[in-house]
Design a protein around this ligand. Structure first.
Ligand SMILES: [Zn+2]
Length: 305
């Protein structure tokens, strides 16, 4: 598996160039892992990752810890798969600040120090790698009533069609409230479905997109498969962080009631969970219990969109 992933990476950079640049190849691979385009087939055999990753994430949601992205975990896991996801998660998370520990610091831990990926001089030269991630978002849903059913960049098959899922899917009961993760403005609203039903040609079903500007960064948050008539908002309306904007449904290309939570930054899709402050306190967000994952093993053949 590791070999396969590496060969994909190598292939994407270009075999000839790499032959000539064998010495800096590891650096290029590192940059590729953390680059903007993290989709390109790197979640191979992801049924093997899925359970481990989701288990680790739900445990940390329960503990209201911060969030470590999958690509950060894979960065070390692929270098040494005797390290567990859980172990890597713990080593890469500052529990007080709820933020990622800069990778240069993680690389000073003995077990990582010895890995090739930590020996590169260029690790600390990438702002993206060492950037402290802020957690400006409130949870889009009460995680105690929900299950994570698809993770960001998961490769999966829904209704027989293979795809990479560029969002998080969180299943919940019908009409469970959905909250705005940030202060913003309703950018788009599309509610064509008047009854809560699946339509395989219906995309993300009833949706609201809210744009939020935080620290001069423009985020766009799309909430999909929403329940019919569950929102009175109009395009141009202001919304506040933690405000109920709609409720959970299963409209559009879906297999059950769930929220499709998708975040873009400057029109590029990013991992929206990495922005969520699990310590956010509000009336709706109380200490969370682990979301259960029943049925997750079936995701290869059919799961939520
Ligand atoms: Zn989805």
């Amino acid at each position: 598996m590791k070999k396969k992933i590496l060969s994909i990476l190598l292939g994407s950079i270009g075999g000839i160039i790499l032959l000539a640049l064998v010495i800096i190849a590891p650096v290029l691979m590192i940059l590729d892992f953390f680059g903007a385009n993290i989709t390109d087939g790197y979640i191979e055999n992801n049924s093997q990752y899925a359970n481990e990753y989701i288990k680790t994430v739900k445990k940390n949601i329960k503990a209201k810890n911060g969030y470590v992205s999958l690509e950060r975990i894979l960065y070390f896991y692929l270098a040494d798969n005797s390290l567990t996801f859980d172990e890597i998660y713990t080593d890469n998370l500052d529990k007080d600040s709820k933020k990622l520990i800069p990778i240069s610091e993680v690389c000073t831990i003995q077990k990582y120090k010895v890995l090739d990926v930590c020996k590169s001089e260029n690790i600390s030269s990438s702002g993206q790698i060492n950037e402290e991630q802020a957690k400006p978002f409130a949870p889009p849903i009460n995680f105690s009533n929900s299950n994570i059913t698809s993770f960001f960049m998961e490769e999966r098959i829904v209704y027989g069609k293979e795809e990479i899922h560029k969002a998080w899917d969180i299943s919940s009961s019908e009409q469970e409230p959905v909250y705005s993760t940030c202060d913003g403005i309703v950018e788009k609203k599309s509610f064509p479905y008047l009854i809560n039903k699946i339509d395989k040609n219906g995309g993300t079903g009833n949706t609201i997109t809210i744009s939020c500007e935080i620290d001069n960064l423009k985020y766009s948050v799309l909430y999909g498969h929403l329940y019919p008539n569950s929102s009175t908002l109009k395009v141009g309306d202001n919304v506040t962080k933690g405000q109920v904007i709609a409720s959970v449904g299963t409209t559009g290309y879906s297999t059950g009631n769930h929220l499709h939570y998708q975040v873009s930054l400057n029109d590029k899709v990013i991992d929206g969970m990495s922005l969520v402050d699990f310590n956010y306190e509000s009336d709706y967000y109380q200490p969370v219990y682990p979301p259960s994952l029943h049925g997750y093993e079936d995701f290869q053949t059919s799961y939520k969109n």
